[in-house]
Write a protein that binds this ligand. Structure first.
Ligand SMILES: *[C@@H]1O[C@H](CO)[C@@H](O)[C@H](O)[C@H]1NC(C)=O
Ligand SMILES: *[C@@H]1O[C@H](CO)[C@@H](O)[C@H](O)[C@H]1NC(C)=O
Ligand SMILES: *[C@@H]1O[C@H](CO)[C@@H](O)[C@H](O)[C@H]1NC(C)=O
Length: 186
């Protein structure tokens, strides 16, 4: 009896201590060493827009196909993209790089995706990549992806990218605002 009480008291103490640590860690979060706000534009191939499509469904569930997003909630579709990145929200602006990778829709009940992609920069001013991975809870106004690494001007970087859907037109087009906060810069 006494032993179990002692154990639960110890456990409680441990819990309090660990929550103390996490709250003090939160207040000690560093400022980003580099911050970039960029936009990327995705035009999904729908069977008719081969000229200006920048992404394509490459995998669909058995009940779907590769020109129409699957029902329900696009579940099971895998999309590969090579999207222009711009400094402002205009699709017509000169691209500063490409967002290249894939997203897949991974929940039947609601609309969510998983993203794995890179920002690829190959201009005279910026060269290198920033690599992103993580869950995208599309129905939320903002959602965070991990910046898992980088190369070139972004050598070995890490951080957080906050995504916002800046615009969308049904299933054809979306534009994401990406606020990249890097916490490791070399
Ligand atoms: C893509 O091309 C189609 C057909 O030319 C055009 O109607 C549409 O506006 C274009 N989409 C974008 C986002 O430019
Ligand atoms: C794909 O599926 C949609 C929705 O079921 C259908 O309208 C369309 O005709 C299909 N396209 C092809 C190429 O099978
Ligand atoms: C990057 O730019 C250089 C110089 O313009 C070019 O030679 C090279 O092919 C480009 N690389 C890619 C992957 O586009």
């Amino acid at each position: 009896m006494a032993a179990t009480e002692l154990i639960s008291a110890l456990l409680l103490l441990l819990l309090i201590c660990s929550s103390d640590i996490s709250s003090s860690e939160k207040t000690r979060r560093p400022e980003p060493c580099k911050r970039l706000v960029l936009y990327f534009h995705d035009i999904l191939y729908n069977g008719k827009n081969a000229q200006n499509a920048t992404s394509a469904i490459v995998g669909s569930p058995a009940w779907g196909n590769k020109t129409t997003l699957a029902v329900p909630n696009r579940f099971g579709d895998v999309v590969v993209f090579d999207d222009p990145i711009t400094l402002d929200n205009s699709f017509r602006s000169t691209p500063v790089g490409r967002a290249q990778g894939f997203y897949l829709y991974d929940k039947k009940e609601i609309f969510t995706a998983w993203f794995g992609f890179s920002f690829v920069f190959n201009s005279t001013r910026v060269k290198g990549t920033i690599n992103f991975a993580g869950a995208d809870d599309i129905m939320k106004t903002t959602r965070d992806l991990s910046v898992v690494g980088g190369t070139g001007d972004f050598f070995m970087t890490r951080g957080i990218a906050t995504l916002m859907t800046d615009a969308f037109e049904e299933d054809r087009y979306f534009r994401l605002r990406v606020d990249v906060k890097l916490y490791e810069c070399y």
